[in-house]
Design a protein around this ligand. Sequence first.
Ligand code: FES
Length: 156
Amino acid sequence: MIAITINGQHREVEADPNMPLLWVIRDLLGLTGTKFGCGVAQCGACTVHLNGEAVRSCVTKISRAAGQRVTTIEGLSVNNDHPLQQAWAEMDVPQCGYCQSGQLMSAAVLLRENSNPTDQDIDDAMSGNICRCGTYPRIRAAIHQAARAQQEGAKP
Ligand code: FES
């Protein structure tokens, strides 16, 4: 048994230590907001937080997450009300939507570390998250909007 804290809840899973964290999240814990994209850490669709840092869960072994704190898109906020989620909805960022949970998880780390990112900061931080629908301009605009909202007092 491998214990992890996922979205604030203590869980134990029966898994091979080499199993990708993504499989555990989706198949063993039933949290399907995190997506399988490329499987080789090149697209960012599977991005989650491990102890607050963005990781590609498709190439992160569950053994690395043992005893650690994992956050998925389902745990980013209590009521889908993270400033980024609100900005995403207000600006209709998603197109097909497949990449968007990974985009949000990467953007959340960026905003936590840089409360007022420039376009360049955003492009640098988000460069590992591919969007085949090309929503990059809206992603950038939504991150700016969330940054403004956060500075005006919205809860991160
Ligand atoms: Fe379709 Fe990004 S919204 S891949």
